[in-house]
Design a protein around this ligand. Structure first.
Ligand SMILES: Cc1cc2nc3c(=O)[nH]c(=O)nc-3n(C[C@H](O)[C@H](O)[C@H](O)COP(=O)(O)OP(=O)(O)OC[C@H]3O[C@@H](n4cnc5c(N)ncnc54)[C@H](O)[C@@H]3O)c2cc1C
Length: 317
């Protein structure tokens, strides 16, 4: 089995859970090596070792913090050539998918995005995808070049592994193409104090049934230490940011507990939350489709039910 490069998902050394998921997937198809791009390696080292990274390539170039994904894609392409890697796994984020596309062009390889699993088969990488809002599962493989795969967060369960995290600095030469889009300003997102949606153990989501008032959803979420999600109807109405949209065209979550409040349960919403371990819904329509998939359903007005639930949880703390 060949070397599999895994692009570390991090923010200035704060390593995201997706990295352990990608390293777990990579172990199934070859010898995983992490690729760390940008600042913060010292802060990331412990987390990378705990995620099972045996070897870490640190791509170094002044441009990494100054430009968008161009330098990352070019650096990875040079590393693929140097190592002869058989596959590259990147996170299925907008940024990760752009890196995957550019890398595929540079290495004349095939790319498969939004994978939910990978396994070794016929000397290559068999990639599983969940398509048409989770209605179909497909298996495919890259027929040309290196297998470049973007893996959806929360689709592979990270398995514990301790790696040596032996790092090697790799100097990369960047072309003018890589410098095509420069970052001229950046602003830190205001922290909500809540866990990140894709990493939270509990997610409470609100839909059109909130009528735009997310207060009961947020209070309930805070009583549980949960992240807040939203249906597309709520997002399209401008009630909640797009980054909070759960579903086919939003994020996929797979928490221990998912609570849907005032959400009907359209197939496109289900596609983003149906693998949650326990699903609870609050809906005033007992015929709402969401009730066909729940472990626990409450037929009632969310403005009555959620405050009562919040109070009970607060008083039992
Ligand atoms: C290509 C495509 C992609 C899409 N991608 C997504 C996606 O990523 N995510 C997504 O969510 N949707 C997506 N959609 C939209 C999806 O089809 C639904 O329109 C959307 O999920 C509906 O949102 P909702 O459940 O909040 O609203 P509705 O379907 O209007 O449901 C509102 C629910 O709230 C209940 N309700 C009303 N008032 C209360 C109350 N006071 N208390 C309790 N319950 C109440 C109602 O009974 C109803 O069941 C997509 C659609 C398309 C075509």
């Amino acid at each position: 089995m060949g070397e599999v490069l895994v692009l570390v998902d991090h923010v200035e050394g704060d390593v995201r859970k997706t990295t352990s998921e990608m390293l777990t997937a990579a172990r199934r198809v070859g010898e995983p090596s992490a690729v760390f791009v940008g600042a913060g390696f010292d802060a990331a080292k412990e987390a990378l070792a705990a995620a099972g990274a045996e070897k870490v390539y640190r791509l170094e170039a002044a441009e990494f913090g100054e430009y968008l994904v161009g330098p990352t894609a070019e650096g990875l392409a040079q590393l693929v050539q140097r190592t002869g890697a058989s596959a590259v796994i990147v996170p299925s984020s907008p940024e990760g998918k752009e890196v995957a596309g550019r890398l595929a062009v540079m290495t004349a390889s095939g790319v498969i995005t939004d994978a939910v699993d990978v396994e070794a088969a016929d000397g290559g990488v068999k990639v599983t995808k969940s398509v048409f809002a989770g209605g179909w599962t497909t298996a495919s493989h890259v027929a040309k070049g290196v297998a470049i795969v973007s893996l959806k967060p929360n689709s592979v369960t990270a398995e514990p592994a301790q790696g040596a995290c032996a790092d090697e600095v790799v100097e990369v030469e960047l072309s003018d193409v890589a410098r095509g889009a420069k970052i001229v300003a950046s602003e830190e997102k205001q922290a909500s104090g809540r866990p990140a949606l894709t990493e939270a153990a509990i997610v409470v989501s609100g839909g059109r049934g909130t009528g735009g008032d997310f207060d009961p959803v947020e209070s309930f979420a805070d009583s549980l230490g949960a992240a807040v999600g939203a249906s597309r109807a709520a997002v399209d109405a401008g009630w909640y940011p797009h980054s909070s949209q759960v579903g086919q065209t939003g994020v996929t979550v797979s928490p221990q507990l998912y609570v849907a409040a005032g959400i009907s349960g359209a197939i496109q919403h289900r596609a983003g939350m149906q693998t949650s371990k326990t699903i609870v819904a609050v809906n005033k329509d007992e015929e709402a489709p969401i009730f066909s998939m729940v472990d626990f359903g409450v037929v009632g007005d969310l403005f009555d039910v959620l405050p009562q639930a919040t109070e009970k949880i607060q008083s039992s703390k």
